[in-house]
Ligand binder design. Structure first.
Ligand code: KIV
Ligand code: ZN
Length: 506
C-alpha cells in the first residue's frame, strides 16, 4: 500500500525540555538525540539556542554529531535569535531554522504590544533573514488557533513568499477540538494557495487532552508534518505524544492511508531513556508505553489472549519493542558476543568504548545470571555518561545496622586527584551523601530521591535518580548499579558533576 508520508518532527528536546523541573545537560541531550535518530524521526528540534549558553551548546553538539536526520533550532522572530540559531546548527548535515511569532490578538495586544501590520512585517523580514542563511526554514504562527483566520492567512502567505518550506499552525494553548481544528486547517489551505507547495505542520498542546486527536484531524485535512514529543512531554499538559501518533498511523493505516518513517520497535527504548533522563515517570496506563499498556488483568481477557492474541490486542507488544529480546548474555559471554549484541541494539562503539563496556559488563555478569538487552542499553548509557564526568566515585564504604549510626567513607576522583570524605549520621543514604559533600567541598540539599529496578528479579540493576540543590539551583543525577547504595552514591556524584559544569561546584 502506497500511503502518503507523514513527517515526524520531534520536539522532546525543546518543548519537552520546557516541562517544569526538566533540565538536561548537553551530554544527556545528545544521548536522547542519538536515540531519536535510531527511532527514525524526520526532524529533531534540538533546542532554543538563544535561551541559554547551555542550550546553545546542546544544539551545537547534536548538530555536529547526529546524522541522517534534520536538526532544527528554534528562534523568535528576532534577528539575534535567528542568527544565533543558525550559528548553533550550521554544521548539521541537514540544518533547519524554526522561527515563530504570535498572530492572535490576545498575544499581540498583551504580550508583543504590536499591531497586526507590524507582526506581518516582522514575520516577512525574519523568514527572509532565516532563508538567506539556511535552505530549510520553518515558520510558526504562535497561538494560530485563536487568531483571526484572515490575518493568519496573510502572515502564512508572506512566510511562504519569503522562502519558508514548512508552515506550522500550532494550537499553542490546547484550545481546539478535532472537528473545528480540521476545518481551521482546510480554511488556511483555501485562503493561502501557496500552502500547497510547502509542508503544512501542526503542533498541538494537550491542555484538554486532545493533542493527538487534533493532530490527526489536521492530517486528515492535509497536514503532512506532526510536531510531537516522546511520552507527550511539553509545556503544561504537554505536546501530542509521538508514540501515540505513530502507532495510530501504523495500526489504522488502512483507514487513514498515511505512514511514517519511524522504526516502531525503538519506541519503548526511547520512552525509557527519556523518562530516565528527565525524571518524568510514565503513568502505568499510558497508551503504548505505560507499564500496563499490554497487560491483561481480567480472567476473560487473559483467556481470550491465550487462545488468540488479537481477541483483546490491537497491537503486538513486540512491534513497539516490548517483546522479549533474544539478547541474553551471561558471565561466560566474551567480548565478541558483547560487541554483536551492542551492534544489534544499534550502538556503534569504538574499541575503547567496547573495552570499557566489557569491564562494566563483566562486573554485572558476575553478580547477575542473565544480562538482557535492557541491561545492556543501560550499561552503555552509564558508560557514556561517565566519560563526560569530572568527579568519579572511586571507592566507598558504608555501615548500616539497626539502632546504630551509619558511618561512610568515600573516595572521589577528580582530574588525577583523589578526594576523601567521611561522615557519621543517622541513615546510610544521608551519611554517604554527606561524605561525598565533604570530599567535594559542597553542601548539597537533597530535593528528590527515586529508586527503581531496571528489570524484574532481586538481582535486577537498580536505577537511582536524585535532585540536589547547590547554591539555590537544582541539579539532577541518574546512575545505575547492581547495588542501590552504589547507584545512589553515583547518582549524587553525577548531580554534582552537572553542578560543576555550570560553575556551581569548583
Ligand atoms: O506551542 C507553540 O506554539 C510553540 C511554538 C514555538 C511552535 O511551541
Ligand atoms: Zn509548544
Amino acid at each position: 500500500m502506497n500511503s502518503e508520508r507523514i513527517y515526524i518532527f520531534d520536539t522532546t528536546l525543546r518543548d519537552g525540555e520546557q516541562s517544569p523541573g526538566i533540565s538536561l545537560n548537553s551530554f544527556e541531550k545528545l544521548e536522547i538525540a542519538e536515540q531519536l535518530a535510531r527511532l527514525g524521526v524526520d526532524v529533531i528540534e534540538a533546542g532554543f539556542p538563544i535561551s541559554s549558553p547551555g542550550d546553545f551548546e546542546g544544539v551545537e553538539k547534536i548538530a555536529r554529531s547526529v546524522s541522517g536526520v534534520t536538526v532544527c533550532a528554534l528562534a523568535r522572530a528576532i534577528e539575534k535569535d535567528v542568527t544565533t540559531a543558525w550559528d548553533a546548527i550550521r554544521h548539521a548535515e541537514r540544518p533547519r531554522i524554526h522561527t515563530f511569532i504570535s498572530t492572535s490578538d490576545v498575544h499581540l495586544e498583551h504580550q508583543l504590544r504590536k499591531s497586526r501590520d507590524e507582526v506581518l512585517e516582522i514575520a516577512r523580514r525574519m523568514v527572509a533573514l532565516a532563508a538567506s542563511l539556511c535552505d530549510d526554514v520553518e515558520f510558526s504562527a504562535m497561538d494560530a488557533t485563536r487568531s483571526d483566520p484572515d490575518f493568519l492567512a496573510s502572515v502564512l502567505a508572506a512566510a511562504v513568499e519569503e522562502g519558508a518550506r514548512t508552515i506550522n499552525i500550532p494550537d499553542t494553548v490546547g484550545y481546539a477540538i478535532p472537528s473545528e481544528f480540521g476545518d481551521f486547517i482546510r480554511g488556511q489551505f483555501q485562503r493561502v494557495p501557496g500552502l500547497r507547495d510547502v509542508a503544512v505542520s501542526v503542533h498541538c498542546h494537550n491542555d484538554l487532552g486532545l493533542a493527538v486527536a487534533n493532530s490527526l484531524a489536521a492530517v486528515e485535512a492535509g497536514a503532512t508534518q506532526i510536531e510531537c514529543a516522546i511520552n507527550g512531554l511539553g509545556e503544561r499538559a504537554g505536546n501530542a505524544s509521538l508514540e501515540e501518533i505513530v502507532m495510530i498511523l501504523e495500526t489504522r493505516r488502512a483507514a487513514l492511508d498515511r505512514m511514517t518513517g519511524v522504526k516502531t520497535t525503538e519506541i519503548s527504548r526511547t520512552s525509557r531513556l527519556v523518562s530516565q533522563l528527565t525524571g518524568y515517570d510514565v503513568q502505568p496506563n499510558k497508551a503504548i508505553v505505560g507499564k500496563n499498556a499490554f497487560a491483561h488483568e481480567s480472567g476473560i481477557h487473559q483467556d481470550g489472549v491465550l487462545k488468540e492474541r488479537t481477541t483483546y490486542e490491537i497491537m503486538n507488544a513486540a512491534s513497539v519493542g516490548r517483546g522479549q529480546s533474544d539478547i541474553v548474555l551471561g558471565k561466560h559471554s566474551g567480548r565478541h558476543a558483547l560487541k554483536s549484541a551492542m551492534e544489534e541494539l544499534g550502538f556503534k562503539l569504538s574499541d575503547d568504548e567496547l573495552n570499557q563496556a566489557f569491564v562494566h559488563f563483566k562486573k554485572i555478569a558476575d553478580r547477575k545470571k542473565q544480562v538482557t538487552a535492557v541491561d545492556l542499553e543501560h550499561l552503555v548509557s552509564e558508560d557514556l555518561r561517565e566519560l563526560s564526568d569530572i568527579f568519579e566515585l572511586k571507592a566507598y564504604h558504608v555501615t548500616a545496622a539497626a539502632g546504630s549510626m551509619s558511618e561512610s567513607r568515600v573516595e572521589i576522583g577528580k582530574e588525577g586527584q583523589r578526594l576523601s570524605g567521611e561522615s557519621v549520621t543517622g541513615g546510610s543514604m544521608e551519611s554517604i551523601f554527606k561524605a561525598i559533600d565533604n570530599a567535594v567541598g559542597t553542601r548539597g540539599k537533597l530535593k528528590d530521591y527515586q529508586v527503581r529496578s531496571v528489570t524484574e528479579g532481586k538481582d535486577s540493576l537498580g536505577e537511582v535518580r536524585v535532585v540536589v540543590e547547590v547554591g539555590g539551583q537544582a541539579y539532577a543525577g541518574t546512575a545505575l548499579s547492581i547495588d542501590v547504595v552504589e547507584a545512589s552514591a553515583k547518582a549524587y556524584v553525577r548531580a554534582l558533576n552537572n553542578a560543576y559544569r555550570v560553575g556551581a561546584v569548583k
